[in-house]
Write a protein that binds this ligand. Sequence first.
Ligand code: AHR
Length: 650
Amino acid sequence: MKETVIVTLLATQVLAQAAAPATITVQTDQSGVAINPGMWGIFLEDINFGVDGGIYAELVKNRSFEFPDALMGWTERAHAGGVGKISIATETPINAANPHYLRIESASSVAFGVANEGFRGIGFQTGERYDFSAQVRARSGSPGLLVELVTADGRVLAQEKIEKLSANWAIKKTSLQPNATVNQGRLNVLVVGGGTVELDMVSLFPHHTWKHRPGGLRPDLAQLLADLKPGFMRFPGGCVVEGSKLANRFQWKTTIGPMAERKLVINRWNDAFATRPAPDYFQSFGFGFFEYFQLCEDLGAAPLPILNCGMACQFNSGELCQPAELGQYVQDALDLVEFANGPADSAWGAKRAAMGHAKPFGLKMLGIGNEQWGQAYIDRYAKFHAALKAKYPEIKLVACAGPAPEGEHFQFAWSKLRELQADIIDEHSFANPSWFFANTHRYDRYDRNGPKVFFGEFSALTDKTLSLTNLNNLGAAVAEAAWMTGLERNGDVVRMASYAPLFAHIDGWQWKPELIWFDNLRSYGTPSYYVQKLFANNPGDVTVPVNLAAADGAKLYASATRARAAGELILKVVNGTETPVNVMLDLGGATAPGRKAKVFTLTGDSALAENSFAEPTRVIPQESKLEITSPRFEYKFSANSLTVLRFKIK
Ligand code: AHR
């Protein structure tokens, strides 16, 4: 009985399609609106070990012994017969921001010391070199150091000795080449020859980092970002901006300058979920605000820092700074603008120049608060707004509308921020694919003269927020793509949008889904990653109105833009159904028969298709060519697909 119904329905659909084929008319004779060609960006937050243990290529966890459990990540290790004692000392540290260091007392000449477990192990690649460094001093005897790269069960892959340790803190370095590839190795640092050695800032980096910067980024992860060609980069959060308490908030000033002076804090995601505990998750700030601006410059992405507004995460303590303390938060914002843009002889510009970048970074936007709500936020935002507009009227300010894209808090924020004439308002949505399909016309109704919109965080959830079973499948990605056509069509209102979260370590995540999954050696983009890539690689600078006629219930969505410099018309079409759809395309005579169009199609064998380490390219865009034979022509859009067509126009 059930089967009969399904067959009947399918037959009806086919008949309906045959009777009235869908049409997409790109109204190339009508003028659209100017949009931001950099509207598709990225949002980098240290969640899911995305930064420490992720894109920041440092392989040693708790390198400075500043975790509250100062030996977390470290265990005693010795060669056969080696004996001694390890302890944490604080008497004469390398500096006050980094008060703890490790003492190894080796009681025999046999190697004795510590092993570091890395971030869920350490990945070693044969053929790669690994650069070891540490602050070291000898306290007694004439010891040396033996540095080893080993497998999880202790098999030695590489070994180097460091002799002549001095009695004062000094940086010692060596480089090692493992003779095998392992995903979850360890680093041993052992004292040889007997005696007492003290260590701090123990570091191990792959020699090859992105752009060859010492202490830089994992090349595969940074390249995945570069391939997106993001228009902007939002950083550092997200909830990590807020902190569970104000003491743990992200403070940009403690993230710049020499590494050993950057002050570690607990990561907001450390103890956020009992179901996904991460007691070893801290922020070392090896990737701090200087490195952030540098990465933006390397990616050609406009920086969009988000700052704490004097409020801790309202899902946690919701702690508010005292009114008398708010001035310091506002001053931090003013100083950040000077750090980014000030001349090299200004107080904060000089700090940037001392780090190797005398030229300003060209900051043009600043976000105040992440997912704040209520009058307390409005009061604080108003203070930032007044001070920043007075000193830097050229900086566009991004205010936030809370964690949800509708509801009382959202409406309240919008009405107050409209009165305050906020430039841009940050909206967020984590919802089922059905929400994204249903909201493709959300911005058709927005006020064209009010604040602009930054859709700063979104992703389609196959289950629900915080569910551990959300999937990164094609169906979710197609829903995001459908919704993004609505953002693009309304690019005069929606100036920017970014997916969240960006990265997740397969053995260390707290939040699903994401754009990019990685382990200690490998990485891959999800179908959502390729949706972002297709949009960001094929933007435009002006919209072209689109008229779409399709049968009721058809999940067909489209947007069109013109890339004026390239002389191209770019059409994006989403088919959110399980069957291919034939569509009559009418480009209004903008292109001529005989010309060829480039086509990029993202689809898969089902809406459930996912990428994985085993099949990282199961769902990726396929490029093809389309020969134009007549001004109106039929095109078959695959089931569950995003298709981007680029036409050279007259
Ligand atoms: O993207 C993960 C989290 O979702 C962000 O930190 C927060 O802003 C949002 O609730």
